[in-house]
Design a protein around this ligand. Structure first.
Ligand SMILES: Cc1cc2nc3c(=O)[nH]c(=O)nc-3n(C[C@H](O)[C@H](O)[C@H](O)COP(=O)(O)OP(=O)(O)OC[C@H]3O[C@@H](n4cnc5c(N)ncnc54)[C@H](O)[C@@H]3O)c2cc1C
Length: 289
């Protein structure tokens, strides 16, 4: 299928992209890797009159340490996150999630900023970034603001970003000493998109008990679900396989997923407990290592 006809303009700075957004109004769309937007345009689910290309803006790509924060430019492609030494060292769960996205072509073109801005309920980054307590830096002509992950994802394909903002950076606090991170997913066999997935950030105390836990589940609704009952069940307990299994069994509590042609609601809820257990167990192992 062919998209409706559209104009194209390359931005050379974030300021220029913002000016172009102001000039073209709601008829314009920012273009990053194009791996969600172009298919949507071909299906006529989106028909922007103008595409404003961010791929020509220098400085929006790369991973760097900024004190106790890992800062990832919004134009960083999935493959570079999967391969980044900094990410693998500090946040192996994020590298793991990036490495599971789509196929090589998708990972070489798709960007983390495009993924979270698109907010597809089947996307991987929103889930692991919820577990990692990330923040999103948004630039507009009136300044910069930072939105925490718990406020960023609002609903299916909807975020807290306005059409006048450019996402420039994703910021993730480095986990405290004794922590481990992990991601596990059941992907759709054709596309790789999430059927159900789980991200975990677990901190072990010196005694081996759970000092803190953040667990997020994807695939059970429009946005990642924080598995609060699982987190509470782990808190302060020894991180044995039995404790992990009992906590993971609560991962789908108070969720009401829709069934679809691929997976029924009951199946998704069950699989959520299985992948939560895998992610928590892997994070605990990394915390110990
Ligand atoms: C075959 C296939 C398989 C896939 N499998 C998976 C998978 O398994 N898991 C998964 O998570 N994803 C998957 N994807 C989606 C892929 O990861 C996309 O690349 C990603 O979701 C969108 O990133 P992008 O850079 O391509 O963004 P684009 O398509 O360019 O843009 C997407 C949206 O974000 C907006 N946007 C982009 N950048 C910014 C910014 N910096 N600031 C503000 N708004 C911005 C755009 O205006 C647009 O609305 C798959 C895609 C394909 C085609």
């Amino acid at each position: 299928m062919f998209p409706a006809s559209f104009g194209y303009v390359a931005a050379h700075s974030v300021d220029e992209a913002l000016q172009l957004l102001a000039r073209h109004g709601e008829d314009a769309k920012l273009l990053a890797g194009g791996h969600s937007l172009i298919p949507a345009m071909k299906l006529r689910l989106a028909s922007p009159r103008t595409l404003i290309d961010l791929g020509t803006v220098p400085g929006l790509s790369g991973v760097r340490l900024d004190g106790a924060t890992l800062a990832i430019g919004s134009l960083t492609v999935h493959g570079d996150i999967a391969d980044s030494d900094l990410v693998r060292q500090h946040l192996p769960g994020l590298a793991e999630a990036a490495s599971m996205i789509g196929d090589v072509q998708v990972r070489n073109r798709g960007t983390i900023g495009g993924s979270v801005a698109h907010a597809d309920p089947g996307a991987d980054f929103p889930v692991i970034l919820t577990a990692l307590n990330a923040s999103f830096v948004l630039q507009s002509s009136s300044g910069q603001r930072t939105v925490t992950v718990d406020d960023f994802f609002v609903d299916f394909y909807t975020t807290a970003m306005t059409v006048h903002e450019v996402l420039t950076e994703i910021r993730i606090p480095l986990p405290p000493t004794g922590s481990g991170t992990a991601y596990a997913k059941l992907g759709h066999p054709a596309s790789g998109y999430v059927v159900v997935s789980a991200g975990a950030l677990i901190q072990r105390s010196p005694s081996g008990a759970c000092a803190s836990a953040r667990v997020a589940i994807g695939g059970l609704g429009g946005v990642p679900v924080k598995a609060v009952a699982t987190e509470m069940e782990l808190q302060g307990k020894p991180l044995t396989p039995e404790v992990i299994a009992a906590a993971a069994a609560k991962a789908a509590e108070e969720t009401d997923p829709d069934g679809d042609t691929y997976a029924s609601a009951d199946y998704k809820r069950h699989v959520a407990t299985v992948y939560a257990r895998q992610a928590i167990a892997a994070a605990v192992e990394r915390a110990a290592g």
